[in-house]
Design a protein around this ligand. Structure first.
Ligand SMILES: [Fe+2]
Length: 318
């Protein structure tokens, strides 16, 4: 496989698993195209054309030094210049894949957060409320990203001649879909302890327990009942607005499964009586990345995990 084929496969898999459905994504891209047509010449020049084809602007091809057949990839949750140097030590690395966004993928992280509005709406939060509260938060994230050194790792890859891509929301969607399928049909009177045990059966989480990063109850206690379980925080860029928890409670959500949660959000969830189960950050990221890497492994590509990636292949389990 070539880099572009690997990348297209990731975007396609991400769309397949997207809670908005393929049709929803197509409508979104169509709308962007219509808007683009109405742009002035200057606006068109500055516009990121990738946005017309790719709904996940935090997943990008960042550097192609040598466009060749890819046989061996180094994959990590965070790729920094240290991992680029590591790739040089390992030898014969054809491509480096970062999960967390880099370069223009990082600069555009906020773009994928709109996904959260639709997901919240599917769980019963009125779309106007979801959009209103997320707008503030999206702008906050965009300002925060603005200050970052986006190109640092991309520059290191260019200097040392490594191909580099990042696959963020494209993979997080796979983790979200996997978890949703696992918990969705569970009895709402199931206790938090049972939900925790259910998560612990997933090999990435089982592995994370060994180094102290297994799933944890952040809000609620093991004896409490889950109520309606929502997978609203696994995909969609980064954490949403803390003000949403009260609205989620009103929409009938009882328990949220997330990857990570800041203190302010934890307090808001607590006062809204929403239980929070934090599955784990690196382990949840690994789950989504693994589901994609299995597709590469099927094509005979060798995977070398690094930087927090807990590599579990599901190919030999079937
Ligand atoms: Fe992450």
């Amino acid at each position: 496989m070539r880099i572009q084929e690997i990348y297209n496969l990731a975007i396609n898999k991400g769309i397949e698993a997207d809670f908005r459905g393929r049709e929803g994504i197509e409508r979104l891209l169509e709308r962007k195209k219509e808007k683009y047509e109405r742009f002035s010449e200057t606006e068109k020049e500055e516009f990121d054309l990738e946005a017309l084809e790719n709904p996940y602007l935090d997943s990008r091809i960042l550097n192609i030094s040598q466009d060749k057949e890819i046989k061996r990839v180094l994959v990590g949750i965070d790729i920094e210049p240290a991992e680029i140097l590591l790739a040089k030590e390992i030898e014969d690395i054809d491509l480096i894949i970062s999960h967390h966004p880099l370069g223009k993928g990082l600069a555009n992280l906020h773009e994928v957060m709109e996904l959260q509005c639709d997901v919240l709406n599917q769980y019963g939060v009125p779309i106007n409320i979801a959009e209103g509260l997320m707008k503030e938060r999206i702008e906050e994230v965009a300002r925060g990203m603005n200050a970052r050194n986006h190109q640092r790792t991309v520059d290191a890859a260019k200097i040392l001649g490594f191909n580099l891509i990042c696959l963020h929301t494209a993979c997080d969607n796979l983790a979200a879909k996997f978890l949703k399928d696992k918990v969705e049909k569970k009895d709402s009177l199931m206790r938090l302890e049972d939900l925790l045990n259910l998560l612990k059966e997933i090999p990435e989480y089982k592995e994370a327990i060994k180094f102290g990063a297994g799933p944890k109850i952040f809000v609620g206690d093991p004896e409490r009942r889950c109520g309606k379980i929502a997978v609203t925080e696994i995909t969609g860029g980064t954490e949403g607005s803390p003000k949403l928890y009260e609205k989620m409670a009103q929409a009938g959500i009882g328990t949220i499964i997330g990857m990570h949660m800041q203190e302010e959000s934890k307090k808001e969830a607590e006062s809204a009586n929403i239980n929070v189960v934090i599955a784990g950050h690196m382990s949840s990221d690994s789950l989504g990345v693994n589901l994609f890497l299995d597709e590469l492994e099927k094509k005979g590509i060798e995977i070398i995990p690094c930087s927090g990636l807990i590599r579990i292949s599901r190919l030999d389990r079937k």
